[in-house]
Ligand binder design. Sequence first.
Ligand SMILES: Cc1cc2nc3c(=O)[nH]c(=O)nc-3n(C[C@H](O)[C@H](O)[C@H](O)COP(=O)(O)O)c2cc1C
Length: 293
Amino acid sequence: MSYKSSGIKINIPVMNAACSITKSMEDLEALLATRADTVVLGSVTWLGRQANPEPNWFAGDDQGFALNSVSMPNEGHEWYQTNLPEMVERTHAAGKRLLLNVAGFSTDEYSQLAEMAKNGNVDGVEFNLGCPNTVEAGWQNPIFSFDVDALQIVLRGADRILSPKTPYMVKLSPYSNPAELSRVASVIGESKAGGVVTTNTFPNSYWQNNAGRAVILPNNGLAGMSGEAMLPIGLGQVKQFRQQLPESKIVIGVGGITRPEHIEQYLRAGAAAVQVATYIVRNGHQAINDLIM
Ligand SMILES: Cc1cc2nc3c(=O)[nH]c(=O)nc-3n(C[C@H](O)[C@H](O)[C@H](O)COP(=O)(O)O)c2cc1C
């Protein structure tokens, strides 16, 4: 399978999603050792970041969902500027493609990160507009997915900086308001984006242990939900974006995949490919092989 119109070439339609085990050189090597032929690295932010205080991850296997407030720890642009060329080289030597997932805290930062990705010769960029888990001075940062004007500025920056040699995708939060989803689809439809990656975690979810204590520490226990419960939500987002985006843009489905049948569900709903996070955070990088038929 190859989706040339979007600029994103996909052969095996199953890849990792950006998460806590997709950042370092060691993570890259582990992902290159799987059968997936596309690796998503990130999220990378302009400045290096520490993880939120623990517990920031609730695996929730027997609950049917996971929660995280990890908050995109990574080494920041200086480390990636130095190491990206080698990461790309190793990926290409393995006959695979590297997509770099970047997350900004301002529209300018997204542009700076786009420049970095272009100079690093990655095969594509994923703009993460949906992390709900960053808190500064006690306040939760706004989520770009829900600010259509800011999203449009990010897209204009990407259209200016990136050429077809470095195609890009937009990774979004789930929209419960169909009118908002339509506005976003229309703005993305008019941009040069190759398509959307949907969906990031469901923001501000909450769970307590038997003692009534929140299972996640930061942000008052509020955290992004992922895992099984995200499957129908992700499928609904894919279906709507597929209906509303121009044919030339692809939709990559993410959320809740723990079995090969779930991938079938996404492909039938209109996804060109899928990504997987919680399943590999729970079971290790190699577990992605369980899902590739
Ligand atoms: C522990 C963890 C960390 C994550 N970190 C990121 C991240 O840095 N950037 C990003 O775009 N998405 C991040 N995500 C969201 C996932 O990429 C994915 O969109 C979401 O978890 C839904 O997929 P899943 O049900 O397969 O986990 C993270 C998810 C998890 C579970």
